[in-house]
Design a protein around this ligand. Structure first.
Ligand code: CO
Length: 135
């Protein structure tokens, strides 16, 4: 993968405001962005801890991917996102390796970034996101 490293770690939470306060208090995090993607049923705050980014995710309602994740597994680590030059190119490359993709094409993610998700079955149980800064 032409990866620029880890772009962020995604963490599913039930109480977004409480989670932001926790990261501020415990780790000196600063809020970078806040966004709602209604079609994904998710409200998110990205926080920076030093040079690293954590994406705190809360569902807008129960019947959403993050809502179902919380119901099944409770709050915790949700996904790892890698920065790539081109999400479309990476999807093509991964699918040529037989990787199971959740998103066959890039779509709009949080904060206007282009993203796509790779199925955890193809990454040893880790839901994996590709992120590019192309709009
Ligand atoms: Co993410």
């Amino acid at each position: 993968m032409e990866s620029g490293g880890i772009h962020h770690l995604g963490v599913a939470v039930t109480d977004l405001e409480a989670a932001v306060r926790t990261y501020e208090t415990l780790f000196g995090a600063t809020v970078e962005h806040r966004d709602v993607v209604e079609e994904q049923g998710v409200e998110a705050v990205s926080v920076l801890v030093g040079g690293s980014r954590i994406e705190l995710l809360a569902p807008t309602h129960a019947d959403t991917p993050v809502g179902r994740f919380l119901a099944k597994r409770g709050p915790g680590m949700h996904h790892v996102a890698y920065a790539v030059e081109s999400v479309a190119d990476e999807l093509g490359r991964l699918s040529a390796h037989g990787v199971e993709l959740i998103d066959a094409k890039p779509r709009r993610g949080l904060y206007g970034l282009q993203v796509a998700f790779v199925h955890p079955e193809s990454v040893h149980g880790v839901l994996t996101e590709l992120v590019s800064n192309e709009h």
